[in-house]
Design a protein around this ligand. Structure first.
Ligand code: GAP
Length: 440
């Protein structure tokens, strides 16, 4: 694993952002648990996405569909037949790779001329073999055929099969969108790079139902809107975000056109979100497999059609990893590590510290906690030297440190420390709430 990623993994464990699943049993590969700070950060990202993708659009509504669905859905969607990863094995060192990690165009290549990235030998790689990524399970008490079900590998299908119910219930007119945040599962054979590629993850997807013929323009519009979300709303460094258009060989089985939004991770440029023109592929397949007419009736023009779908599909965990990577800063001059999280995203907004544990200072500090805690998450800390307390919170990304000292008792003022600059201002207690609120 890359050095910076290793440091971030270790910080995430130390400070309670992310833990390896089943740690006391030696870990469970490619699954992660989110600790107290991680869940706050993940919720903040999801909340901002939800606001951006539902609240500010009058024609986009939300949905929360089940993880388990009728198994026929996955036949119709093409996932049972075509949701594969091409994998290559090295006969020499037994390492296994995703073929598309080794070359952009895995199909039709002579694998005998490619070097194994692990042991460096040539001529030992097998031709790619296809592995289906769907997790299978059973419903009911008996494991037999006919009771098989799948954990969804994308949240999108739950939206497609509910699209007509939502449209009628909410009296929506094309173009309209349905947004959903939820878990998805893929039996990734090669899982690596921390929370970048895991077997259980969360997607934030929006499916936009449009009139055929308007799809190309609307894809362009959504592609631009979604790009802006990362610097403008999450505050990521724009120089580290770019588009990547899928070539013919990369297109998923449902897509006519596809773009990735990529972030420059320490292990290279990699996808955080996909924007796809899925045409009427999904709705026409569900229409065929369910036998139900899924056409939309356009009343003013008195016509019926199957809408095309423009999909924006972001990974919540990958976005969180991009946020962590973007924030990570080794402040060599001051010998500290700082998570320069956007105050809006920071799990804890302020730490409140009495300078010493006596003389009425803890009580005064508790009063400040009581003033601030109805508005945002704060933390009381009286453990250790003040410097150590601040450095702990720098690693947690807490933007403000408030210190209560002897002067506080005399004039009701405190010091407010800013995480990134370490600058400290003296101000009165009643100024704290408006200042912090403004920054978040
Ligand atoms: N509904 C379309 C769809 O699922 P995708 O490109 O396969 O498209 C969309 O996935 C997003 O989901 C990706 O951009 C990524 O952020 C996230 N994602 C996919 N597989 C993942 C995995 N194994 N671990 C974490 N995130 C994943």
């Amino acid at each position: 694993m890359n050095n910076t990623i290793e440091n971030i993994v270790s910080l995430c464990k130390r400070r309670g952002f992310v833990f390896q699943s089943s740690d006391i049993y030696g870990g469970f590969s490619a699954v992660y648990d989110y600790g107290p700070l991680g869940i706050e950060l993940k919720n903040s990202i999801a909340k901002l996405w939800w606001k951006e993708m539902t609240q500010v659009h009058e024609n986009i509504v939300g949905l929360d569909s089940g993880i388990l669905m009728h198994p026929k859905i996955w036949e119709a969607s093409g996932h049972i037949g075509a949701f594969h990863d091409p994998l290559v094995d090295c006969k020499q060192c037994k390492a296994r790779f995703r073929a598309d990690d080794l070359t952009e165009k895995p199909e039709g290549l002579n694998w005998q001329v490619i070097k194994c990235p692990k042991c460096g030998t040539t001529g030992n790689l097998t031709d790619p073999r296809q592995f289906n990524l769907m997790f299978k399970t059973h419903t009911g008490p008996v494991e037999e055929s006919g009771t098989e079900a799948y954990l969804r590998p994308e949240t999108a299908q739950g939206i497609y099969v509910n699209y007509q119910l939502v449209q009628v219930a909410m009296r929506l007119k094309v173009p309209f969108g349905i947004a959903q945040i939820g878990k998805a599962f893929r039996n990734e054979i090669i899982a690596r790079n921390f929370i970048f590629r895991t077997r259980e993850f969360e997607q934030m997807e929006m499916q936009y139902f449009v009139k055929p013929g308007t799809d190309d323009d609307l894809l362009k519009e959504w592609k631009e809107k979604r790009f802006q979300f990362y610097p403008n709303i999450l505050g990521l460094n724009e120089a580290k975000i770019r588009y990547h258009q899928h070539g013919k060989n990369e297109l998923a089985h449902y897509a006519k056109e596809a773009w990735d939004i990529e972030y420059k991770f320490p292990f290279g440029w990699s996808e955080i979100e996909g924007i796809h023109n899925r045409t009427d592929f999904d709705l026409s397949r569900h229409q065929e497999f369910s036998g139900k007419n899924l056409a939309y009736f356009d009343q003013p023009n008195n016509e019926r059609f199957l809408p095309f779908i423009i999909e924006t599909s972001a990974g919540l965990n990958r976005t969180l990893l991009a946020v962590l990577v973007d924030a990570y800063w080794e402040d060599k001059k001051n010998d500290r590590v700082v998570m320069r999280l956007n105050p809006r995203l920071a799990p804890v907004k302020a730490v409140i510290c009495p300078l010493v544990k006596k003389g009425g200072l803890p009580e005064k500090a508790r009063e400040i906690v009581d003033i601030l805690k109805p508005h945002f998450k704060v933390l009381y800390d009286q453990q250790g030297s003040i410097g150590k307390r601040y450095y702990r919170q720098d690693e947690a990304g807490t933007p403000f440190g408030i210190t209560v000292d002897h002067q506080t008792k005399e004039d009701n003022t405190v010091t407010l420390r800013h995480r990134d600059t370490q600058q400290q201002d003296r101000l009165s207690i009643d100024q704290l709430l408006p200042i912090i609120q403004k920054s978040i």
